[in-house]
Design a protein. Structure first.
Lengths: 116, 826
């Protein structure tokens, strides 16, 4: 999970842990990209607006590296929904969102099902 | 049709006739008088004495020469010739002798008149002093008949065969006697008849007539004494004594004219009596009678003439002295009359004094002419004219018309006319008239100065009265010396204004104008006293005062009175209207500022939503995680507690955002408090943090930790920082994302001023826009309103600060503003 907001990272990590999901959090896109050398996630929860590399920048770099990671984009803005979805994007979630929606999306992403 | 030149010729003829009138009159008078005198003289001539007993023609000629100017003497003598010949038409004497006698007659008159003139005497003053009378007696009564009688006797002896010495003796005594008695009568009557006629029938004339009748009666009574009474008896002594008394009386009381007439009357009676051989002239032979009579009468005439002249001289001196004293007394009163005389009475007083002077000096007019300073002409201002006299005009100043005094002063000219008594102006009066002229000139100059001063005062009073602001002028002691009408309309009530008039004190002025017992009143009073004392150069104060129709505002200004005596001018203006407009303008500005804040918030909606969504996301996720943790068995309560702690933090964070928003959006009154400018900057930076993130702008904050607290309105300062930050970020839309940065710095310039700069990396400011960017409605953005920077400037200036902008040499623009640390609002 990549989000520059500490409270969002902490709360989501706690929610996923309570749902028996193992989540690793990153404060920036660069940190996440750097971590790919050690491990590859089953699912990526990615914030769109971040200082430095934005969510879209991260997706672009994943595509550049020909890595296909199912991604759930979380954003505070409705307008970005209209932007062309990058390859691997499972869904957009507008902050704040319900826990069961997120968990369902994660489950679907991990199973490889396309986004509804 | 008249021939050309006829008119001038007629004029010349008329002028000639006019010029010839006086000589013709002289010729006529001389001819008639000489003829009549000759006939009388010839009538009184009896043989064997060839010359007459009384010979008037020579005396008449002498009197005529004395009375006439020297240039007429030839005419007079020539006029006498036909009269002389006419009177001798029936004479048996040869023509040569007649002509010779004419020559000797003329020579006698010429000698008498010429010597008298030579010695400096004229007809007018010949008998009013002892010295003049002595000269007349010596010349006309002795030298002239003495000398001319030699020639006369020679002619009579050679051409008429008469006894030389007998002729000489008879002629000398006869002519001397006639000259001594007849010449004074003619000269004095000719000189004074006008004055006598004007005087009319008065006591002096009645006295003269009485004395003359007395002489005639007594003289005739002496002649009527019957024959046979021989020698001087007591009866004779009485009429003689009476006659002598009457003669002395005439000399003492009636002057030289009366005296001479009296002697002439006695002379005519005596000669008549002697000629007829009447008593007392029948004792001696006729020749001896006549001679003794002539000698007697000469002996009487000379002392009487001298006595009369002496008395005349004394009387004249006394009169002159009395007149001079009266005149000097008048001058003294005149001078006193103009001391401390109010200027509005000067004209009337001068008119009264012109009349008194004119009447006293017997001038036919007195006039004052003012020398006009503008065109240097003389303008008549005051005049007095004697009844029936000629009205003086400017031509009175010609000077050639008569020898009248003309006094020139700084004011103008004081002119007098001819004297009504026909006498010349006495020279001793002239210096005194000069003093009179100076007194008049001083009074009139003072009147002009006072009038000018009054006019100037009136203008000043009118200016003061026409002012709409209240003005009170205070003197050095702080007392009101002048106050205008408007002042009384600015007070709290009519009753209060009644107290502030000339003479009121500084305390009363303040009590009237300012709220009583207020800090304003105390401040104003102290300031007025300081301005009067020269400690302060000026003072200005705006203050409110309760009134029936609501609160009113006034502006008081105090300036030193610009004069050596010192003092101050306090002016009072009702500025309620201005204050109301200022309030309205402030309200409008306030609303506009609020409107722009609201619209800025509108621009920030997306970023604010983003900003709020972060804590809300955290809250929701934590809460749901906690629920899941509690549902597990066993529940992980430590993790639940951490969730709750994070929820509280996120909630606070969301609350802060909403607080900041509410602050900017609220529409409250301006309120200055002590605040930390760094905190204001931080708040705003947080508010726009999300927007900056969306715009890809990095905001760097460099705050001076030693910044002093400011006295300012928090929301207004937030708006300034917000506007400048938004402006900086919007300026960088064309800048590559990596370079988009804003640096905001605060620093303390000095103890009283802080400085804030906002530096961007945008397109900078166009050269021609540097002066306009802070003007209202100036914008470079297609959807901008152009009010952001204008409002920022008005807020900063209201906080005693300045705002300006410049291009950054390394790219972009830097906006600066300073703020005064200030004191909390009263």
């Amino acid at each position: 999970m990549v989000d520059d907001e500490k409270s969002v990272r902490t709360s989501l990590r706690r929610l996923l842990a309570a749902s028996d999901l193992d989540a690793v959090t990153f404060a920036s896109g660069q940190e996440f990209l750097d971590s790919l050398r050690q491990s590859r996630p089953d699912c990526l929860i990615l914030d769109l607006q971040m200082p430095g590399l934005s969510g879209l920048d991260v997706q672009r770099q994943l595509a550049d590296r020909r890595l296909r990671v199912p991604t759930i984009i979380i954003t505070a803005e409705d307008e970005t929904r209209g932007a062309s979805p990058s390859p691997g994007t499972v869904a957009y979630l507008c902050k704040p969102f319900e826990d069961h929606v997120l968990l369902e999306l994660i489950a679907r992403a991990v199973q490889g099902a396309p986004a509804p | 049709m008249r021939a050309p030149g006829a008119e001038p010729r007629e004029g010349a003829v008329r002028a000639l006739v006019h010029a010839a009138r006086i000589p013709a009159g002289i010729v006529l008078v001389v001819v008639v008088a000489y003829y009549a005198g000759s006939r009388i003289g010839l009538h009184l001539k009896f043989e064997p004495l060839a010359p007459s007993l009384l010979w008037p023609p020579n005396a008449i000629l002498t009197a005529a020469l004395l009375l006439a100017p020297r240039r007429r003497w030839g005419l007079i003598l020539l006029a006498a010739l036909p009269a002389h010949l006419l009177a001798r038409l029936d004479s048996p004497l040869p023509l040569a002798l007649i002509l010779a006698l004419f020559v000797t007659n003329c020579s006698e008159s010429l000698i008498a008149a010429a010597v008298v003139r030579r010695l400096g005497f004229t007809a007018s003053g010949l008998f009013d002093s002892l010295r003049a009378a002595g000269v007349f007696i010596a010349c006309a009564g002795f030298v002239a008949p003495f000398a001319s009688s030699f020639a006369d006797a020679a002619a009579a002896s050679v051409l008429g065969g008469k006894d030389y010495w007998l002729v000489w003796e008879t002629r000398f005594f006869a002519n001397a006697l006639t000259a001594l008695t007849l010449v004074p009568v003619i000269v004095l009557i000719a000189g004074k008849w006008r004055a006598w006629v004007r005087r009319g029938l008065d006591r002096r004339l009645l006295e003269a007539v009485g004395v003359w009748l007395g002489i005639v009666v007594v003289g005739l009574s002496l002649l009527d004494v019957p024959r046979g009474v021989i020698g001087f008896s007591v009866l004779m002594a009485v009429p003689f004594a009476v006659l002598l008394s009457l003669l002395v009386w005439s000399a003492v009381r009636l002057g030289p004219a009366g005296s001479s007439l009296a002697v002439l009357t006695v002379e005519i009676l005596a000669i008549g009596g002697a000629a007829r051989g009447q008593w007392p002239f029948d004792v001696l032979s006729r020749a001896d009678n006549v001679l003794s009579l002539q000698i007697f009468l000469i002996g009487v005439a000379i002392p009487l003439l001298c006595l009369a002249a002496l008395i005349e001289e004394q009387q004249r001196d006394e009169e002159a002295l009395e007149s001079r004293l009266r005149f000097e007394e008048m001058l003294s009163r005149l001078a006193r009359a103009f001391v401390h005389l109010p200027s509005d009475q000067v004209d009337r007083t001068i008119d009264a004094w012109l009349r008194r002077l004119g009447e006293h000096l017997q001038s036919d007019h007195v006039a004052i002419f003012e020398l006009s300073p503008a065109d240097k002409t003389l303008v008549p201002t005051h005049s007095w004219v004697a009844d029936g006299a000629w009205q003086p005009g400017l031509s009175a100043l010609d000077g050639g018309l008569h020898d009248s005094p003309l006094m020139i002063t700084d004011y103008g000219v004081l002119s007098f006319g001819a004297r009504r008594n026909g006498e010349p102006w006495p020279p001793e009066v002239i210096p005194q008239l000069r003093l009179v002229a100076e007194v008049f000139a001083n009074a009139l100059t003072r009147k002009q100065a006072e009038n000018a001063l009054r006019a100037s005062e009136a203008v000043k009073a009118a200016i003061l009265a026409s002012l709409t602001s209240g003005v009170a002028v205070l003197d050095r002691r702080g007392r009101v010396v002048a106050i205008n009408e408007a002042w009384h309309t600015l007070g709290p009530s009519e009753a209060a204004s009644a107290g502030v008039t000339v003479g009121a004190t500084c305390v009363e002025v303040c009590a009237y104008a300012l709220p009583p017992d207020s800090a304003y009143a105390r401040e104003a009073q102290a300031a007025i006293e300081a301005v009067i004392a020269g400690v302060r150069s000026d003072f200005a104060l705006e203050y409110p005062r309760a009134a029936a129709a609501g609160e009113r505002w006034f502006a008081m200004s105090v300036l030193p009175l610009n004069r050596t005596e010192g003092g101050a001018v306090v002016s009072l203006i009702d500025i309620t209207q201005r204050k109301r407009m200022e309030l309205e303008a402030r309200q409008t500005r306030h609303e506009l500022a609020h409107f722009t804040r609201v619209s800025t918030m509108g621009e920030l909606t997306a970023s604010l939503a983003h900003e709020l969504s972060q804590p809300l996301t955290g809250i929701l996720a934590n809460a749901q995680a906690a629920l899941r943790l509690l549902a597990a068995a066993p529940p992980d309560l430590d993790e639940v507690r951490d969730s709750l702690i994070d929820i509280v933090d996120d909630d606070r964070r969301a609350g802060d955002i909403i607080r900041r928003l509410r602050e900017l959006l609220k529409k409250g009154e301006t309120r200055r408090v002590r605040l930390d400018l760094n905190a204001v900057v931080s708040d705003v930076v947080k508010l726009v943090g999300s927007d900056a993130l969306m715009r890809g702008v990095a905001i760097t904050v460099d705050l001076d930790p030693a910044l002093p607290l400011l006295s300012a309105d928090r929301v207004q300062l937030q708006q300034v920082v917000l506007n400048l930050l938004m402006n900086a970020m919007e300026a960088m839309t064309g800048t590559v994302e990596a370079a988009r940065s804003v640096v905001i710095r605060t620093e303390c310039l000095d103890a009283g001023t802080v400085h804030v700069s906002i530096e961007d990396r945008g397109r900078g400011i166009a050269l021609d826009a540097a002066d306009k960017i802070f003007e209202p409605f100036y914008t470079t953005k297609p959807d901008g309103m152009g009010m952001g920077l204008s409002i920022a400037r008005s807020i900063i200036e209201a906080h005693d600060g300045h705002v300006w902008a410049a291009n950054n040499p390394t790219g972009g623009a830097i906006f600066h503003f300073t703020l005064a640390v200030g004191t909390p609002e009263r």
